[in-house]
Design a protein around this ligand. Structure first.
Ligand SMILES: NC(=O)c1ccc[n+]([C@@H]2O[C@H](COP(=O)([O-])OP(=O)(O)OC[C@H]3O[C@@H](n4cnc5c(N)ncnc54)[C@H](O)[C@@H]3O)[C@@H](O)[C@H]2O)c1
Length: 323
């Protein structure tokens, strides 16, 4: 078998967000099968380049990714440029090179799906999204896959983006003019902006709410005011080492201490712990999932796509190139 190459459209034709939720749940149940050094960041004035290597089970791989914070000079308004390469651990063979924008969007949404499924209340009905850019359509798909949502609340600095996202789904939606009114009645809040200034205050949240903090994935980015992290019941991160460098929890001065010693009033733990031990969080009312995006998610997702392609006939939509 030659190395295969899949572009963005081909990746999307093979793997949906709801299916990827199953893949990502397996990853977090089996973190003992993984090796993952911290991401390597090369900083530039308006973003960064990052290398994300990992091994998950029998697959080694790396995502090479460029993140542009300022997309105003571009026609296509793309802020992530990426490729994922995977090798078989036993043979060393390069199995595939895949479009990393599609893998990033699908796997990031799938992680939100897993976290929301384990952490949000079962009867959540209103899901709010702050930031309606490239990731958001996939994030909505993930939350609709795990909860019976009746209404979407949308806010973006560019109101046209809200209308675009809302029109993609067969469900009631409302576009808001400010963050506060968007999240006030929301049972689940997902933040998806490249902001470096916090914009969510604790006083604006419902007493029972789950937050997915997805936008902060590099040093200096943040979406939640400090009072949010200080006052919720549970903070769950995708990976402590990454989140304490690049996620929302980078702003907690006592962070390592509270994690290692156990915070007095709050539970701080990682998603692997929750998923592996099937921890019951139903007694907690306000929860945060802090995600920075992990290389093991990219590698496992790419391997799943590869396995799917080599074990089923190639359809017209999912043809791939060899080279
Ligand atoms: N955690 C992860 O695994 C992960 C994965 C992918 C992307 N990300 C991050 O998620 C963020 C969003 O990614 P994207 O690809 O959708 O970006 P994008 O540039 O396509 O969209 C960002 C949207 O946020 C809006 N926005 C910016 N500041 C805002 C604010 N203060 N309030 C409301 N809206 C605001 C913009 O108008 C834009 O529509 C980025 O920071 C990206 O780096 C994280």
């Amino acid at each position: 078998m030659e190395t295969i190459y899949l572009n963005n459209r081909q990746v999307q034709a093979v793997l949906s967000v709801p299916e990827c939720i199953g893949v990502i749940e397996i990853v977090f149940k089996n973190l003992h099968l993984s090796q993952m050094p911290p991401k390597i960041y090369l900083d530039i004035p308006d973003g960064d380049f990052r290398a994300m290597p990992a091994i998950f089970d029998k697959t080694a791989g790396i995502k090479w990714c460029g993140v542009q914070l300022d997309t105003t000079k571009q026609k296509r308004k793309i802020n992530i440029f990426a490729k994922v390469l995977i090798n078989d651990v036993d043979s060393g063979k390069l199995l595939a090179i895949m479009d990393g924008e599609a893998i990033t969007a699908i796997r990031t949404a799938a992680v939100t799906g897993v976290a929301t499924d384990y952490m949000a209340k079962k009867d959540a009905k209103v899901a709010a999204f702050i930031g309606c850019g490239n990731q958001t359509k996939y994030q909505v798909e993930a939350i609709l896959a795990v909860r019976d949502i009746e209404k979407l609340h949308l806010f973006d600095l560019d109101s046209k983006r809200c209308e675009y996202i809302g029109s993609q789904f067969d469900i009631e939606y409302e576009a808001f003019e400010d963050v506060e009114s968007c999240i006030r009645d929301a049972d689940i809040v997902t933040t998806l902006t490249p902001s470096r200034t916090p914009f969510i205050k604790h006083a604006w949240l419902k007493d029972v709410v789950h937050i997915n903090a997805i936008g902060a994935d590099a040093e200096g980015k943040r979406e939640l005011a400090p009072c949010v992290l200080d006052n919720v019941d549970v903070v769950v991160f995708d990976n402590w080492e990454q989140c304490s460098h690049s996620g929302e929890v980078q702003y907690r001065p006592e962070k390592l201490d509270s994690y290692s010693k156990g915070h007095k009033k709050q539970e701080w733990t990682d998603l692997g712990d929750i998923v592996h031990s099937e921890k019951d969080l139903s007694g907690y009312n306000q929860t945060i999932f802090d995600a920075t995006g992990l290389a093991i998610e990219d590698v496992a997702t790419a391997r799943y796509i590869y396995q799917k392609l080599i074990t089923r006939p190639i359809t017209e939509n999912a043809e791939y190139e060899t080279f």
